[in-house]
Design a protein around this ligand. Structure first.
Ligand SMILES: Nc1nc2c(ncn2[C@@H]2O[C@H](COP(=O)(O)OP(=O)(O)O)[C@@H](O)[C@H]2O)c(=O)[nH]1
Ligand SMILES: [Mg+2]
Length: 346
C-alpha cells in the first residue's frame, strides 16, 4: 500500500489529480480543507499498481504516512511472530481440528506440556466425533489423562512432601471425612518429631475429631503403633517435611520400612510450586516410591497445569485436590468437572 497527498483548487480538481496519478483503484483515506485554500486528499493505492516511484514525488506528509504504514506492518509481523512463539506448536496440536486445537492451546497456556495437551485434545476430538457434547467430552478427556483410576487405598498411608505443602491439613481433612462418613476407625501417627509444634497441630485435629494419635520416632516405634492400631481401617502417617537434603528421604524411608506392613506413600505438593521445585521434590519422592499425589493450594491462584505435567511424567496418580484451608470442606476428588474447574476455567 502506497500513500500520496494531492491538492486541488476544489474537491473535483483534487479528485482529478488522484485519478490521473493513481488511477481508478485509488482509495481516499482522508480529505481536508487546506488553511491556505484548496482541498487536500490523502489517497492510497496497491503498490503493485503504481509504475512511477512515489517516494520521489511525495511531499513530507506522504513520507510520514509511508513510514508509519511501514512501522505498522512491521509491528503486525512481530505480533504474529510472538503469537507463534507463545502458542504451542507441536505436531500433536497442529494436527487437530479447530475446536480441539483451541482446547489444546488453552491447556498448554495453562502450563500443561504441549504433547500432553495435544493428547487430551485428540481424546476430546474423538469423543466429539462419537457424538458427545463438548462439556462431557472435555470432562472425560481430562479425567482419563490427568486422573486415571488411583491404586486401591492401603490401610496405612504415609503423606510425604515438602515442608508446608499441606500434609497435616490434608490428613485432617481425610480423617474428618472418614469420621463424618461413619467410618470411625481412623488412627493418626505423627512421625514428624523434628518440627516444633508439629505434634500439637495433628494432636489438636485428633482431639477435635475424636480419633487416636500416636507418636513414632523410628521404624520400631511405628511397628508398635501399627500393632496397637490393628483395629483401625485407615491409618494416616504424618511425616517431617522433605527439604533439599537427600538424607531426609533416606531417614524417612528407613522409618517407614520398619512398619512391618505395607505403607502406601502419597505425595503432597503445592500447585504453586515451580517446575524446578517439583523436579527437586521428585528426587526425594521418587526414592520414597510415592504412587499417588495430593495437589494443594489450588485456591491460591496457581494453575494445575505445571503440577499435572509433572504428575504425568512421574506416573503419579492424582488422588485429591486441596482447594483451601478449611477442614474438611476444601478437599475435592479430581473428577472431570473438578479438573475443568481448576485447570480449564481457572
Ligand atoms: N490456601 C491454602 N492453604 C493451605 C492448603 N492446604 C494447607 N494449607 C495451609 O498451608 C499451611 C501449611 O500446611 P500444613 O498442613 O501444616 O503443611 P505441612 O508442613 O505439609 O504439614 C497451613 O497454614 C495450612 O492451613 C490449601 O489447599 N490452600
Ligand atoms: Mg505438618
Amino acid at each position: 500500500m502506497r500513500l500520496r497527498r494531492f491538492i486541488g483548487l476544489d474537491m473535483p480538481a483534487a479528485l482529478r489529480h488522484v485519478k490521473e496519478a493513481l488511477g481508478h483503484e485509488a482509495v481516499i483515506l482522508q480529505t481536508r480543507a487546506c488553511p491556505e485554500g484548496g482541498i487536500e486528499i490523502t489517497a492510497a493505492v496497491d503498490a503493485d499498481l503504481v509504475t512511477t516511484p512515489l517516494a520521489a514525488r511525495d511531499g513530507a506528509a506522504g513520507d510520514d504516512l509511508v513510514a508509519m504504514t511501514r512501522e505498522l506492518s512491521e509491528l503486525a509481523a512481530r505480533v504474529r511472530e510472538l503469537d507463534r512463539a507463545v502458542r504451542p506448536s507441536t505436531a500433536a496440536i497442529a494436527g487437530l481440528g479447530a475446536e480441539a486445537r483451541a482446547l489444546a492451546e488453552r491447556l498448554a497456556l495453562q502450563g500443561l506440556a504441549a504433547g500432553l495437551a495435544g493428547t487430551i485434545g485428540a481424546s476430546f476430538e474423538r469423543a466429539r466425533s462419537e457424538g458427545a457434547a463438548a462439556g462431557a467430552a472435555l470432562e472425560v478427556s481430562l479425567a482419563c489423562h490427568l486422573a486415571p483410576s488411583t491404586p486401591a487405598e492401603a490401610r496405612v498411608i504415609a503423606f510425604v512432601g515438602p515442608t508446608g505443602a499441606g500434609k497435616t491439613t490434608t490428613i485432617a481433612k481425610l480423617a474428618a471425612r472418614h469420621v463424618g462418613g461413619g467410618r470411625t476407625h481412623v488412627g493418626l501417627v505423627m512421625a514428624d518429631t523434628q518440627r516444633v509444634g508439629a505434634r500439637e497441630q495433628l494432636g489438636a485435629y485428633a482431639r477435635l475429631l475424636g480419633v487416636p494419635m500416636q507418636i513414632a520416632r523410628d521404624g520400631r516405634e511405628l511397628r508398635a503403633v501399627l500393632a496397637a492400631f490393628a483395629d483401625r481401617d485407615a491409618v494416616y502417617v504424618d511425616t517431617a517435611g522433605l527439604g533439599g537434603d537427600p538424607a531426609d528421604a533416606g531417614a524417612l524411608e528407613r522409618l517407614l520400612a520398619g512398619a512391618g506392613e505395607p505403607v502406601a506413600r502419597t505425595a503432597v505438593v503445592s500447585a504453586g510450586a515451580s517446575e524446578v521445585a517439583l523436579r527437586a521434590a521428585w528426587r526425594q519422592l521418587g526414592r520414597l516410591g510415592a504412587a499417588t499425589c495430593v495437589i494443594t493450594k489450588l485456591d491460591e491462584g496457581a494453575s494445575l497445569g505445571t503440577a499435572c505435567t509433572w504428575l504425568h511424567e512421574q506416573r503419579l496418580a492424582l488422588a485429591w485436590l486441596s482447594t483451601g484451608q478449611r477442614v474438611p470442606e476444601d478437599l475435592a476428588v479430581p473428577s472431570g468437572s473438578a479438573l475443568v474447574r481448576w485447570l480449564v476455567a481457572a
